[in-house]
Ligand binder design. Structure first.
Ligand code: NDP
Length: 288
């Protein structure tokens, strides 16, 4: 079964739009996401345009602060400080990667944890790691991991005790996904570039989450019959120049109970998670 991210995303955005009509009636405004974009990186510019488009579909306010590539660290910091103070901004997303002369850690530290819609601040990362259960009402879970979990939930995949292999241990995908899966009582093996026999581990897995960044890395021989495969990767296929995932979808799909395509899978839902996280920040601001 090929997961249909486009349809699922459309349903989520429709539900958000309805909710936002009610929020406007009750509070006089809708939740507002502010995206800080420094420079003109191609992938970032496209992603931010997609944020604006999807925010509009969800009935959310989205303001993009565009800063030139030559901006100093201080320029970016002062932008964030003023967004932190702005009572009409509920969520702040600083689009990564930043130009090389700007230290990412310093920028992330400046974001108010209450407005941290991608769960990247130290305060929110530590909240996630302290959490033993799946209650995330007091902070935002990073958007891509949230969308992976949403897909598994939408597809009614039972996670309790299941053999789950996460390939990748980055702070933005692999590690938070692993923690969220553990909180659902999955049995989680986290693999990385030093893992000795990845194929043997994958062949036993009921659920595979691939976040590697290598085109079509996971082949049909690596996957057992009936597995669930969530492909987080966004790569360019060297053979066709088109976007592809970390999984050879065409070859792997016939063996799977569920597989997410690239494009049209995790990425579609990541932007929805961003909108949902902004709504959650707004609601916490008003209801605690
Ligand atoms: P990173 O480069 O930070 O992490 C890649 C991980 O893959 C590392 O942990 C690395 O191991 C591991 N790895 C690399 N080679 C191998 C190998 N041969 N065998 C096993 N593990 C390996 O990438 P990200 O986590 O940032 O992103 C992963 C992918 O997800 C990328 O394609 C990215 O574009 C995509 N992405 C998609 C998003 C979405 O919304 N759809 C959002 C964010 C990312 P080690 O730690 O040892 O180096």
């Amino acid at each position: 079964m090929l997961f249909d991210g486009k349809t699922t995303a459309a349903h989520i955005l429709q539900a958000l739009e309805k909710e936002n009509i009610l929020l406007r009636e009750e509070y006089g405004r809708v939740p507002c996401l502010s995206v800080v974009l420094v420079g003109e990186d191609y992938g970032s510019t496209r992603y931010v345009a997609s944020c604006e488009k999807n925010a509009q579909r969800a009935g959310l306010d989205c303001r993009v602060v565009r800063l030139p590539e030559s901006s100093s660290e201080e320029d970016v910091l002062s932008t964030i400080y003023s967004l932190n103070e702005d009572n009409n901004v509920d969520g702040i997303l600083v689009q990564m990667p930043l130009p090389k002369h700007i230290r990412q850690e310093r920028i992330v530290l400046a974001i108010s944890p209450e407005k941290d819609v991608d769960g990247v601040t130290d305060a929110n990362v530590s909240q996630l790691w302290k959490q033993k259960h799946n209650n995330y009402s007091q902070f935002c879970v990073p958007c891509t991991p949230r969308s992976v979990m949403r897909i598994l939930k939408e597809a009614e995949i039972d996670l309790d005790g299941r053999d789950t292999v996460v390939i990748g241990r980055s702070n933005i995908v692999g590690m938070p996904v692993s923690k969220l899966l553990l909180n659902e009582n999955a049995t989680v093996t986290v693999c990385h570039s030093h893992t000795k026999d990845l194929t043997a581990l994958l062949r036993q897995a009921d659920i595979i989450v691939a976040a590697i960044g290598k085109p079509k890395f996971v082949s049909a021989e690596m996957v057992k019959e009936g597995a669930v495969v969530v492909d987080v990767g966004i790569n360019t296929d060297p053979a066709t120049g088109k976007m592809c995932g970390d999984v050879d979808t065409e070859a792997v799909a016939p063996k799977c109970r569920l597989i997410t395509p690239v494009p049209g899978g995790v990425g579609q839902l990541t932007i929805c998670s961003l909108m949902e996280n902004t709504m959650d920040c707004f609601k916490r601001l008003h209801h605690g």
